[in-house]
Each structure stands twice: as C-alpha cells, then as structure tokens.
Design a protein. Structure first.
Length: 319
C-alpha cells in the first residue's frame, strides 16, 4: 500500500462517471408490485389503476442487472485503477443518500447521468486504510429531474490483524437505540405508528403507511412462525460456527424479524414452524434476540448456548 498524493485524487472530483444512461425498462407496475411484496408495503398509492412508484425505488430504475450498462466513463475506471495500483484493492459500500423531486409513474422513461462528486483524504477504519469515493447520480423522467442518488464506497487495503473471535457489534443509532435498550432488558419492542396504529419492524423514523413521525412501542409476545429461512455455509470464522439457519420470523403482532433459528439442527428448519423468542448472550457485552423452535415442531436438539427466556405467554428468546 502506498500513499497517493491527495491532489491527484481530487483531480477526479467533478468528472463524469456515467453519461446518458438509460433505464433498461420504463417504470412499470409489475416491478412496483414485486418491490412492495418484498418490502411488505401495502400502501394503496402503489397499486390500482394509477399507481406511483415508491420513492425509495429510485435507484431500481437505473440498475443494469448482470449485463450492466453502457456509458461508464474512462475517468471512473482510471480512478479505480489508480486506487487498485496503490494497494487499495478491497471495496465496501458504506451508505447512500437519496433526494426525491417528483413521483414516478408507470410508463416514465428513465435516463441518468453520474459524476464523481468527492474523493476523501486517506482514512483509517476498522476494515483498513483507504479513500471514500462518492458518486452522485441525477435521475430524470421524461427529461425532468426526478431525484438524486449519492452512493458512497470505501476503497481500502484490509487491516492486517488477527480476528478476536467476537461477534460483530450491532450498529446502534438514533433511530434504533430504543430497540437495543429493550433487548438489554429482555424485551422485544415493536414500533407502533401514532397516526394510523400500524406496527412496524425494523425501526424507522416515520410510518411507511401514513407518513406520520409519531410512534410508541408495544412489547412482542415472542410467539412467531418461520416465514422463510436460509442456511449459511460461509467459511468458518471464530465468532460463528456454520452451517446455521437464519430465519425470517413472522411475529404474532404481524411484523417480521431476521434472526437465528435454534433448537433443531439447521437442516430440520422448515417454513411454518412455530418458534418462541429467547435472548442469547454471545459475549460479556452483547445479547441478541433469537428464536427457538417450539417443542414438537422439529423433533429435537437444543444446543449448549446460554439463552434466557422472557415474554408473555411463555415466550422465549432469539439465538
């Protein structure tokens, strides 16, 4: 890894990253429907005879799929080649920001242009040392600006250190701090909109049903069923012991949560299994909600992890 003069990197700011891009498909009702089904969003504005597209679908209409898009600039490739050549060969997406100008409707033809908005000075993170690159994409419908999407990545050289074997820490911010405070007290809290009463999970700053920023919380009973699941087979890492099952659990309150499914072997987990909440202590500092298969549902196997149950009606924890 070598240091690149910052002036050399800043010279890329403002240069075109993609020009005259065109969405592979117009805005269309089937894609809106698939998105809303995947997100569990039943807002009537996104259905019916004259639907609008959810604002957060903004980037969807610009995606190139596996075959990609034409029009990516040589400047973008040159920036990546410069960073790769200096040893910053790894990349991770860090965040994105969207600004919405107008609603999109089926039939809108999407075009877009992108620029390299900024390249940071060299930064050292827990992942390693590198540079943050922010790309701004202006998205148009029928020639009029529909919104702006900023996408930020870190191009970095991985830090050379031995893994400590700790479970990754939860990301706690102002929007979800109350949830993690509840977990610390062995309570699984669900947000409830103060405007329309719709429950929601994960925690959000506003209601996606009515838009109200007002909310309170209800404590989940801990009862649920396996709505869907995957079995993780990634290479061994000190904090994990694959293979293991990760489920999308539908709670009795009508929301869904992603968590581990425990209490039966990973290959015995099935859709529709009844589960109960437990709290799994993964180390001295962190407990996590997990879901244990109800006795009789899967035919055995508990495991030796320390779990603590809590909840109404015999609800347990998550592992």
């Amino acid at each position: 890894m070598k240091e690149i003069p910052y002036e050399e990197l800043r010279a890329f700011e403002g240069r075109v990253a993609a020009a005259a891009g065109r969405g592979k498909d117009p805005v269309n009702a089937p894609m809106i429907r698939h998105w809303c089904e995947a997100m569990g969003d039943t807002n009537p504005a996104y259905a019916g005879a004259d639907p609008v597209a959810p604002a957060t679908m903004l980037q969807v209409w610009t995606m190139g799929g596996l075959s990609g898009h034409d029009g990516r600039s040589s400047a973008y490739d040159a920036l990546f080649a410069l960073l790769d050549g200096a040893g910053y060969t790894s990349v991770v997406a860090t965040d994105c920001e969207q600004e919405y100008v107008r609603a999109l409707r089926p039939g809108d033809e999407i075009t877009f242009d992108a620029v390299i908005e900024s390249v940071s000075e060299r930064k050292t993170t827990k992942l390693g040392t590198g540079h943050f690159v922010t790309t701004r994409m202006d998205i148009h419908a029928g020639g009029a600006l529909a919104g702006t999407h900023r996408f930020r990545i870190l191009k970095y050289a991985p830090a050379k250190r031995k893994p400590k074997g700790k479970r990754p820490r939860p990301v706690v911010n102002r929007d979800n701090a109350g949830f993690w405070e509840g977990v610390a007290g062995h309570r699984l809290l669900i947000q409830r909109c103060g405007g329309c009463g719709t429950p929601r999970f994960p925690w959000l700053p506003g209601c996606n049903a009515c838009g109200s920023p007002e909310w309170d919380t209800v404590e989940a009973s801990g009862e649920g069923t396996v709505y869907s699941y995957v079995v993780m087979h990634h290479p061994p890492f000190p904090a994990f012991d694959p293979p293991y099952a990760v489920g999308l659990v539908e709670l009795a309150e009508g929301v869904r949560i992603v968590s581990n499914v425990v209490g039966v072997p990973y290959d015995k987990v099935r859709i529709g299994m009844r589960v109960r909440l437990e709290f799994l202590r993964v180390d001295a500092d962190v407990e996590l909600p997990v879901f244990r298969v109800v006795e009789g549902e899967g035919g055995g196997g508990g495991g030796d992890q320390e779990v603590r149950g809590r909840g109404r009606g015999g609800a347990g924890g998550e592992g």
